[in-house]
Design a binder for this molecule. Structure first.
Ligand SMILES: [Zn+2]
Length: 196
């Protein structure tokens, strides 16, 4: 269970553990307290349980308190200072993939791999295979970052050569030199007058 989320699998696990008399109908609501994400108070209240088609049958899912549709994940967000429980559509929650997948940084600068790496680390079942997968992904990210930096180095050197055509591209003062030029010479201090 992650703070700020109510997952259908956790609800089903809790229902399996709850004592029930023989022949008693399964509950249609659940009274629950969901911890908020950092900086958000917890949400408490009653959530309806509704059947959701799954394979050949159906399983029980919490219903979004706002749109009343069966949802596998509900989230707590702080709205106007109060915690609100709702589905991604109602709370306009978007994953990093949904926000960034059309950007160049996602496709060409390692954004997708970085997201995958962080998702792997957030998973509760950290098996040795999963950690090995994360390690390989991290090495791949570092290798690609170094290659991108290496490809940029001649362009950066050429730019500095234009700004300071004295072979200063390899000066130990880089990268502070361009800023020093922008700032200009230090101001003269006003000479103190009589009476100051
Ligand atoms: Zn909803």
């Amino acid at each position: 269970m992650r703070p700020g989320e109510l997952r259908g699998c956790d609800v089903r696990a809790a229902l399996r553990c709850a004592p029930r008399k023989r022949g008693q109908a399964p509950p249609t609501t659940i009274d629950i307290l969901v911890l908020g994400p950092p900086g958000c108070p917890p949400w408490s209240g009653t959530v309806a349980l509704v059947p959701k088609p799954s394979g050949r049958g159906a399983h029980v899912c919490p219903a979004c308190p706002i749109c009343e549709r069966a949802r596998e994940v509900l989230r707590v967000r702080r709205l106007y200072g109060r915690p609100v429980l709702g589905c991604g559509d109602c709370l306009k929650f978007r994953t990093r993939r949904q926000v960034e997948r059309t950007t160049a940084s996602w496709r060409r600068s390692g954004g997708e791999k970085e997201d995958r790496f962080l998702r792997l680390l957030r998973r509760p079942d950290k098996t040795p295979e999963l950690l090995e997968q994360a390690r390989r992904l991290l090495l791949e990210l570092l290798r690609e970052d170094r290659a991108r930096f290496g490809a940029l180095a001649p362009e950066v050197d050429a730019m500095i050569e234009v700004l300071e055509p004295t072979g200063a591209a390899h000066s130990p003062r880089f990268p502070f030199m361009p800023n020093q030029q922008l700032v200009g010479p230090p101001r003269r201090r006003r000479r103190p007058r009589a009476g100051d």
